[in-house]
Design a protein around this ligand. Sequence first.
Ligand code: IDC
Length: 517
Amino acid sequence: MKKHIWLSLPALALCLLLAFGTSAAAFSDVPAGSWYGPAVTEMERAGLISGYPDGRFGPRDPISAAQFVSVAVRCAGLQPVQGQTGHWAAGALQTALQAGWYDWDEIPPTGERFDQPISRQLAVKILMRSQLPQARGDYITESQKMRDLSQLDGRYYEPVLAAYAAGIVSGDSLGNFNPKSGLSRAEACILFQKALKLSGHSQNTSTPAPEPQPAVTVRGGVSENGWLQVIGTQLCNEKGEAVVLRGLSSHGMQWYGQFAGRQSIQNTARYGANLFRVAMYTAENGYISNPAAVKQSVVQAVDAAIANDMYVILDWHILSDGNPMTYRNQADAFFSEMAERYRDQPAVLYEICNEPNGGVTWEANIKPYAQQIIRTIRSRSPRAVVLVGSGTWSQDIHLAAQSPLTEKNVMYTLHFYAGTHGTDLRQRIDQVLAAGLPIFVSEWGTSRADGSGGVFLTEAGQWLDFLDQRGISWANWSLCDKNETSAALRPSTSPNAVWGPEDLSQSGAFVFSRLSS
Ligand code: IDC
């Protein structure tokens, strides 16, 4: 069992302490009857802010970028990640940057502006993106409320107008917003308090506010973690602790099912895997043309993973058949049977459409398909986690984010190949995480997207670091000995032997080294 400490509770407390000094029940310089008194007290009681060591809060001091962002991260329930400098708030600022709350040039991660007062326009942008990402304001209506609209830089129009529309800001007595001035710590408290109230009230609308993320990430198998659940954007175990699953995906079961037996799966467990993915192609001589035999090999693979105390993804591997609606009835019958069979089995996760592609849309094809199949699965196995793909070979998570499913314990798959996909797709992950969409990388490769080329281990390393920092689970394509660079095993490896380093391909050696780290 390995424990990955993202940030211990004392470290978190320290960040807060540094953000606002020590905690005190009441601040000597915050009169109860002042305009900011109730907000400051409420935020302090909720553990979101605290004062200076001498018992003051400093309500009229300008709030710095680092202080403001730290509170935003805390209010959003996110964890600081590895920062780029030794500054006390570097981790929180990195979290916020990666979440897309502001751009690199607005608060460079190199730190030179961390301790400078934050401008009102930037503060409002960070506030709205972090706490109320769905909020919008009508230009014609809201712009009339700002006498000094011409002072506002273009990139802040959207969040500032949304903040006006939500009643979070209203301008000074002259009707000016003063976008380039700073704001005081007391004003910041009021802004956060208003936004938090609104996000709390809007929890029943389309995107739920992210819930606090657990500080400790555990690995381990099914006996340790039990039924999985999705809390906010994080996969968690039965106790509600963040859990990360890592492992290999089979190649097509109709071709390389021999590498999905007990010994092969156990070999990956010995390197630290707690997950196996069973890729059941539907087309290409897969389940649709040969249902009985393919299903039997799939059930054997699922049982082999369970025997190894591992989580296992049952993957309906659409590929050349790009539209999940094509074989919807077969999928419904298959998942009905499997969810019944594994109804008492916390190990099984259901991936209901590997990679929709071609002329499919989220609204017309994938979402209605997912709604039906989720209903079918949940009527048999109510607690099962379901993984849902999106268009363009499961890269269009941003389109799913515009109209997410309302069912609980659903995650959205994102697939990447290190030789083809990079920064743009990673940015997309951060955008949708900030919007509350839980992500599971159920397939990725060290090769190009065609399964060959490379291997691209530097790029793959960047990807895995990125996923690690966000507690995102993954399965690597693929556990087989095919002569293609994405295959983890050298040609002619025996599926029934204990594997040593000489059996692993370049890709396999890299991937296996990252299973336990
Ligand atoms: C590839 C296999 C390759 C096979 C091909 C077509 O590596 O041997 O000939 O499928 O069946 C995916 C798919 C996955 C692909 C993989 C690499 O989910 O089935 O496997 N890939 O091309 N999406 C992006 C890449």
